[in-house]
Design a protein around this ligand. Sequence first.
Ligand SMILES: Nc1ncnc2c1ncn2[C@@H]1O[C@H](COP(=O)(O)OP(=O)(O)OP(=O)(O)O)[C@@H](O)[C@H]1O
Length: 544
Amino acid sequence: MPHEDSETMMPVCVDGGLTPVLNALDEKLEPDTQITNYELAPLNDKSLTKVPQELEAQSVAEEASTDSAFEAPEEDVDDSDSDWSSSTPQGLFPEQVEVPAYTLLNQIGEGAFSKVFRAVPAAGSSRAFLCKNYRQLAVKVISKKQLNSHKNNDKSKATTKEQVLKEVAIHRTVSAGENVVSFVDFFESEHYFFIVQELLSGGEIFGEIVRLTYFSEDLSRHVIRQLALAVRHMHSLGVAHRDIKPENLLFDPIEFIPSPRRVFRKSDDPKTKEDEGVFRPGVGGGVIGTVKLADFGLSKQIYATNTKTPCGTVGYTAPEVVKDERYSTQVDMWGIGCVLYTMLCGFPPFYDEKIDVLTEKISRGEYTFLRPWWDEISDGAKYAVRRLLEVDPGKRYDIEEFLADPWLNNCDSLRTQEAAAAAAQADAGVDSKLKKHKNYSMENVHTSNKKKKHVHRAFKRDSSLLYSPAAVAMRDAFEVNNAVQRKEQVTRHTSTGVKLALLEENEEASLENDMFQLSINSSTILNRRKKREVPIAVEAAVGE
Ligand SMILES: Nc1ncnc2c1ncn2[C@@H]1O[C@H](COP(=O)(O)OP(=O)(O)OP(=O)(O)O)[C@@H](O)[C@H]1O
């Protein structure tokens, strides 16, 4: 039942909102315990099947003495030198001491306050049962010290913990979506928060765009459709992701099958353009199979699904407010448009070295289908991009409209001969189709099921590509773009006089941060990047 408090007009989250979940999480916090294990009641079918109730039974602190019916994962075969397949830790990580339930194998990603590790449930631990469903996992480790050093007053400290809990609550809420990275586990230790998720071993779609410079229409459609399905799931639950970008799209790799006949666009340099490989309808193209949406750090519940009432606004349910709230999810449609544009041509729709100019271009929706890069891209694809990059959120495609778009529903076309040949090759046996790709170190990864000896691939990408000036510029463009979109949403609320009760404190803080980032108008992206702490490799690349 919705909780209404029309007298006080206090922002109380309605039934189905996240506040009850957060409160429940908060009550579980025991400040004096070294490791806090949150009891997370499953919120969806997927987490029910993948995170059984045993998860709640034991404290992670009890690991050493736990005598569980642990079925040790079978050893991998011939994978000792592989980053993505080895079950041997590739170092002793300081974080490991505080997470005995999982064995951290190697670091695979990094965020502003976090590191992400490939991991396995520790033998004999209370999480060992997870081996049945997950051969490997991704453990996001958020450093409390780094979080807190970002802010310097007590109120903000509380806010940052709240932000982490909110990310967890939202991730759990949306985790059942087919194309959403599954949530597995969450707990806190003295120095860290740990968010455990399913592992997508291909890494980020971002890396593939950089490597291939652009995707064919077939491959773009394959990726964007899966992103759209993830977004539909989130929107159906009243949640907006608000940070859609190629870095937050992860994929499971498939075997690479080289194109028997390369087709180049006139803007390509045949000497340097990487082969995308054969596209197989229903499977994927290049090395990209299943695609899933990750990172719910900026996600927000917009409305409760049962009432469609704006979340956090009680006693204020005028139709225009509800309409406006629903428009909030339209931020994601803009994000989908930017990702689609970028995949099709290899560069983002909005870019300028000066942030104030870039901000202006984004606000006005000023982009073009630049020649010669867009010359050979179909009108159907351009139409879809146009409908997504519509400045007025009311006119912009919503998720259902996009999923019905003719171009998106064009059957995965072309190259049927190649697809048939690929299928024949696949039938001929696994080993014969393993092809060496020059930009990858390819490793065979054997699953724990020795009977099937199913082989899939893990890839090590040439990381220098990820810090090339073009790659850094693309990252920056998405970062600024998403911040502008979030800001526009709030500005629209304010200017239409709509009550901003939905802006919780932590969101105001992040908004301020966005505003700060965008208010340094005279900065160029280059200067701004230098002001932040960035990896040395980025600086080096920029300095070239
Ligand atoms: N489930 C996963 N499987 C594989 N890799 C992952 C997974 N989750 C995260 N990563 C890798 O770690 C990176 C950082 O993760 P994530 O985006 O969740 O961290 P973050 O702290 O929210 O980052 P940011 O500061 O950019 O928002 C991802 O971009 C990805 O490369």
